[in-house]
Design a protein around this ligand. Structure first.
Ligand code: SF4
Length: 316
């Protein structure tokens, strides 16, 4: 039996990047520490705040909700509201939404539900059926981001927390580098306040995916065999994911190095010149007068395929 390096109890994980074996309680402490450090950097919670949390029912967002609820249990001035989005994916999303509702109820966290059908009169299944080459993830990712921001704003939230973990962040950095997309690399910096945009935070940014999964499973937040979205389609991201896992196994700490590298690059240009303007069609924040969601909906109504340029993590 492997022993915890901190207390000699039974180890449940070996973190190759730190060299430590950890038992259940020291593993938990380690995850909480990483999340607390990320939260501290946002400077949002030094005073009272309302936090909207994107809860999909997957391992990452479920772990995030559970940990934040635990960390803020003594803070009566912090309110968490879960936001559940139904993208319209038959055979998959109804089950994950059911899980998300169950978790929110178990943790006594209020939640609101929104759907693509109601908000945009379109669903991800519809997009997938129109044109197989069209990337449903591209549509789904952009519309989800818009609907999350809109809902968080309507809730009067001070921040919107998403469940992006270390693997997601490292994959995004590498993808943008491989595609030579420096603009998108710079877009990863924390957003300053913009009219209509709720600041997004990623408290799991320093927690590896395997650890969010282990946390979720050991706290019965998520079933081991949970299935996956039938439309998952960002082939290049999947290749990068497997490449990074390979590199991490041979060179532990690679994913953290990518994240640190990103922080150093962003420090070279800490301020963004991006100025949001209300979209002329829907009023949501946009870069150039028409937001991405309206452009996608236009293409959809014209029956045109759109090329996937959205490198956001597929939201599962
Ligand atoms: Fe949407 Fe995620 Fe499914 Fe892609 S994999 S279609 S982003 S739910």
């Amino acid at each position: 039996m492997l022993r915890c390096d901190k207390c000699r109890g039974r180890a449940i994980i070996h973190q190759k990047y730190s060299g430590l074996h950890l038992c259940q309680s020291h593993f938990e402490e380690d995850v909480h520490r990483k999340i607390r450090e990320s939260l501290r950097k946002t400077r949002i919670f030094s005073r009272g705040a309302r936090l909207a949390l994107a809860l999909s029912g997957g391992k990452d967002s479920s772990t995030l909700l559970y940990v934040l609820k635990t960390l803020f249990s003594e803070r009566k001035d912090i309110e968490i509201v879960a936001v559940l989005i139904d993208e319209g994916i038959a055979g998959y999303r109804p089950q994950t939404l059911q899980r998300a509702r169950g978790l929110a109820e178990r943790l006594e966290v209020p939640y609101v539900e929104k759907s693509f059908r109601e908000a945009f009169d379109a669903t991800t299944d519809q997009v997938a059926s129109y044109d197989q080459k069209q990337a449903p993830c591209s549509f789904c990712g952009v519309m989800r981001k818009t609907l999350l921001n809109r809902t968080a704003r309507e809730l009067g939230a001070d921040a919107l927390a998403t469940g992006h973990n270390l693997d997601d962040e490292a994959q995004t950095v590498l993808l943008n580098c491989l595609r030579g997309d420096v603009d998108r690399l710079f877009r990863l910096r924390p957003k300053r306040a913009q009219p209509g945009m709720v600041p997004r935070i990623k408290p799991l940014q320093r927690v590896p995916e395997k650890e969010t999964a282990l946390y979720a499973i050991t706290h019965q937040l998520y079933p081991f065999d949970s299935g996956s979205c039938p439309h998952i389609s960002d082939a290049m991201r999947l290749e990068v994911k497997s490449m990074l896992n390979d590199l991490e196994a041979r060179h532990p700490g690679t994913k953290y190095s990518l994240l640190k590298g990103l922080e150093r690059i962003l420090a070279l240009q800490p301020e963004s010149s991006f100025q949001a303007r209300p979209c002329q069609r829907c009023g949501e924040p946009s870069g150039n007068g028409i937001c991405q969601s309206c452009l996608l909906l236009d293409r959809l109504s014209e029956g045109k395929a759109f090329k996937c340029r959205c490198y956001s993590k597929p939201s599962q």
